[in-house]
Design a protein around this ligand. Structure first.
Ligand code: AHM
Ligand code: MG
Length: 329
């Protein structure tokens, strides 16, 4: 039987005596533990009144309606991270960086609750995080630490609150899956070194937007839909949960591609997902699992951000299929 490894043991082994790594391990452990509390709340579903209620009239920093659970999740993460070496937090729910522990050596970017439109439908939602180094002496300001290409991430991951509460994590040495065991009240390593199959016959896209797409995306999906007799010479299946964490976990499990392109709608000129706290962490996890992630043609981890909340078209998953999509652009 393979060795039973808790998240803590895995992180401790990775960190060793290195102070920088210990700080990262502490942040990951804290986000994971906070996620368990969020999962408990999500599991209460309609018993926990008002989690999906829209808060106020102002959209969040990313331009979306803010739900109660979005805000609760953010508050819990900020509070929990105070005990870590995280100096500042960039969050989908807050316009400006949030000071956490300003003497810290890390900055974290989060989508506290991905899949907000699924909160009241008993469908998986999750939390996405990206961890970057922060050096008060070297960075002109805390935002400068966040406004760097995703290739600077030291760790990234997401939690998905579904039938199982899972953590998909990378520390830059492959991608691991941990599962929370409710009886033992701990996360256990379920898959070390995840590998996304390079080839796939499954794509995920919000197909209701087909009339809004630009020519390359429309052509790619049309060729998939043409099936065996079309230019791709194979039948494709389609899956779309509408919570990126759930769609991503499926891809980490059996391959596939996730596509959220730019389209002609106002506000979707750069797609829907946010670069810093959605695309970058997922791209890091994907590459560490031997997949690929682009904005259609350019590698996500090479894109220099110009705004904390900027959107980016996102394609990730099975490498050969991501490359195929790039050939349409
Ligand atoms: P959110 O962070 O506000 O929930 O937005 C991101 C979500 C992704 O989880 C999901 O893949 C996508 O938006 C769904 O978009 P759409 O509702 O347009 O299909
Ligand atoms: Mg969100």
């Amino acid at each position: 039987m393979s060795e039973i490894v808790t998240l803590q043991a895995y992180l401790d082994r990775w960190a060793g005596t290195d102070a920088g790594r210990k700080a990262v391990a502490g942040a990951v452990r804290t986000i994971a533990t906070t996620g368990v509390g969020i999962a408990d709340l999500v599991a209460r579903g309609p018993l926990e009144e008002g989690l999906a209620k829209i808060r106020g009239t102002d959209p969040n920093a990313g331009g979306d309606a803010q739900k109660e659970l979005d805000v609760i999740a953010e508050e819990r993460i900020v509070t929990a991270l105070k005990g870590t070496e995280v100096a500042f937090l960039a969050s989908e729910e807050s316009e400006e960086l949030i000071p956490v522990n300003t003497s810290g050596r890390l900055v974290v970017a989060v989508d506290p609750l991905d899949g907000s439109s699924n909160i009241d439908t008993n469908v998986s939602v999750g939390t996405i995080y990206s961890i970057l180094p922060y050096d008060a002496a070297a960075h002109a300001n805390p935002a400068a630490a966040v406004m760097r290409t995703g290739s600077h991430q030291v760790a990234a991951g997401f939690l998905a609150y579904g039938p199982a509460t899972i953590l998909v994590s990378t520390l830059g040495e492959g991608t691991q899956v941990f599962v929370y065991d409710r009886d033992k009240a701990d996360f256990f390593l379920a898959r070390d070194q995840v590998e996304i199959p390079a080839e796939t016959k499954e794509y995920g896209v919000n197909q209701s937007n087909v009339r809004q797409w630009h020519a390359p995306m429309a052509a790619y999906i049309a060729d998939c839909l043409a099936g065996k007799d079309g230019p791709r010479a194979k039948d494709f299946n389609m899956r779309w949960v509408g919570s990126m964490v759930a769609d991503a976990f499926r891809i980490f499990t059996r391959g596939g591609v996730y596509v959220y392109p730019s389209d002609k709608r106002k506000g979707y000129e750069n797609g829907r997902l946010r670069l810093i706290y959605e695309a970058n962490p997922v791209a890091f996890l994907t590459e560490q699992a031997k997949g690929a992630a682009t904005d259609g043609k350019t590698r996500i981890l090479d894109i220099v951000p110009h705004h904390i909340h900027q959107r980016i078209p996102l394609v990730f998953g099975s490498k050969a299929e991501v490359e195929k999509i790039a050939s349409y652009y």
